[in-house]
Design a protein around this ligand. Sequence first.
Ligand SMILES: [Fe+2]
Length: 100
Amino acid sequence: MAFQRLKRQLSYARISNDLVEYFQTHFVMEEGLMVTHKYPETAAHKAEHANFVSRVLAFKSRFEAGSVTQSIAILTYLKDWLINHIGATDKALVSHIKSQ
Ligand SMILES: [Fe+2]
């Protein structure tokens, strides 16, 4: 039982680290585009990215401390954040770039 829990936590930690690294790499690329294209909403967009990473890291800490009850909550948060961010915030950035 303890082994299964440890295995699950290690697996989660790897996935979470990979996930955070993936998004951070993606966010750096996006934020570079904002600078290149003088995007007026850069600060707000970057704040969304930073808040997202902060939330994921906070969840990871709670999970590693033994709280697994928030799995559904974080998955829901991730899904909703991605849908909203890509569908609105990233879309606005793309529109700005295309308009130039
Ligand atoms: Fe973004």
